[in-house]
Design a protein around this ligand. Structure first.
Ligand code: PLP
Length: 427
């Protein structure tokens, strides 16, 4: 007899609880979003059963005729979305996309130059606790203490001094746009490759709302689950002036096409079988991102972030760099006498999710921090508009200013829950 397929009450009970949590709360974590029902359906499909090591048309397993078409759809759609000629859609995550690129382009011990983690950079850009800081020799650039902005000429000077093999730009908590042109000049001066990790703003970049990294950067990586609103995953693309035939010397001295090198950096370099169910969900999300609806969405994400920043500034909160160009902002809470940890723990009692975050030149530990990071990607998907942002700022301020008063926090939570009933999330 066939094995019983009983519903696993423990796991699905927890999934139901998480659904309730997501439905009731205000989601302001800058790296999160809500995917569509069809993205979830693709990810929960039978494609999870299939092994498909290799690339479409060149697999190490039989029976790949259909997943080949799925993966090709994802590749074709993302090429159209970003206007590029080559993409690898297999990285399981943003960290794995960066690992694959570094494995393909660098030798162990090579120098890399990235944006300082404590100023808003990402672990995979050279942090000593990450593969990137253990396998390669990292140095860092940061923001100016007075302005909270990156001084692009100083990055150039750092590159001249350090002579890295790769310069990495992109961040997890930098609210301003990037000067890819100057960074490319810096890279060319020292013969470095320029990698842009656009994980956070990729949805806005896809719609031309921020500077175009593909004009200047050799390689571009991104996660697919932040402003791009796809399933959790990674993606690697080539810049526009760096298409095939570009040769890069391997350690053995052979010239190999950059695209082939990057493909091999993913598989067999850092991964085994691709997650074809996730790739199907990426294909769906890229299709959605090609639509006019997504153009409106991306514009609203930026408008909502601007409105949030204006609201916080109006209440005397100190936003690093004074504002935002993208979907997020980093707020230094020291002028309010609060820590990031206290803010995160207080707001969760009001069903508002943010994350504590180091601010540049922070005097507190990463477990406490002086800052909170806030983003508009998820609330915009939920349907909240510019006019709603003032109310969010007021609710956050009320909670933070009464962080020791659980009755008041309960009152804020009930307001949040009642308000969000007008914005249903799931069918
Ligand atoms: N790169 C940047 C800039 C990120 O912000 C993140 C995630 O926060 C990553 C890479 C890593 O992505 P993942 O969590 O999918 O590995």
């Amino acid at each position: 007899t066939a094995p019983a397929r009983l519903r696993d009450a423990a796991v699905f009970g927890l999934i139901d609880q998480e659904k309730t949590r997501q439905t009731h709360g205000l989601e302001l974590i800058a790296s999160e979003n809500y995917v569509s029902e069809q993205v979830m359906a693709a990810q929960g499909s039978v494609l999870t059963n299939k092994y498909a090591e290799g690339l479409p048309g060149k697999r190490y397993y039989g029976g790949c005729e259909i997943v080949d078409q799925v993966e090709q759809l994802a590749i074709d759609r993302v090429k159209e979305l970003f206007g590029v000629t080559w993409a690898n859609v297999q990285p399981h995550s943003g960290a794995q996309a960066n690992a694959a690129v570094m494995l393909a382009c660098l030798n162990p011990g090579d120098k890399i130059l990235g944006f300082d983690l404590s100023h808003g950079g990402h672990l995979t850009h050279g942090s000593p606790v990450n593969f990137s800081g253990k396998l390669y020799q990292p140095s860092f650039y940061g923001v100016e203490q007075e302005t909270g902005l990156i001084d692009w000429q100083k990055v150039k000077e750092t590159a001249r001094r350090e002579r890295p093999k790769m310069i990495i730009c992109g961040a997890s908590a930098y609210s301003r746009d990037w000067d890819y042109k100057t960074l490319r000049e810096a890279a060319d001066e020292v013969g470095a490759l320029l990698l842009a990790d656009i994980s956070h703003p990729s949805g806005l970049i896809a719609k031309g709302l921020l500077n175009n990294p593909f004009q200047h950067c050799h390689i571009v990586t991104t996660t697919t689950h932040k402003t791009l609103r796809g399933p959790r995953g990674g993606l690697i693309m080539l810049g526009q002036d760096f298409e095939n035939p570009f040769g890069l010397k391997t350690p053995k001295g052979e010239i190999r096409l950059m695209s082939a090198l990057l493909d091999s950096g993913v598989f067999p370099g850092t991964q085994g079988g691709p997650l074809e169910h996730v790739i199907a969900a990426k294909a769906v999300a890229f299709g959605e991102a090609l639509s006019d609806d997504f153009t409106d969405y991306a514009k609203q994400v930026a408008a909502n972030a601007q409105a949030l920043a204006a609201g916080f500034t109006g209440l005397g909160y100190d936003i690093i760099s004074g504002g935002t160009d993208n979907h997020l902002m980093l707020i230094d809470l020291r002028s309010k006498g609060l820590t990031g940890k206290l803010a995160e723990n207080t707001l969760i009692k009001a069903d508002i999710t943010i994350n504590k975050n180091m601010v540049p030149f922070d005097d507190k530990s990463p477990f406490v921090t002086s800052g909170m990071r806030i983003g508009s990607a998820a609330i915009t998907t939920r349907g909240l508009g510019t006019a709603d942002m003032g109310r969010i700022v007021e609710l956050i301020d009320e909670a933070l200013m009464h962080h020791a008063d659980d009755t008041r926090l309960g009152h804020v939570r009930r307001q949040v829950n009642a308000w969000l009933q007008d914005y249903p999330l799931f069918a």
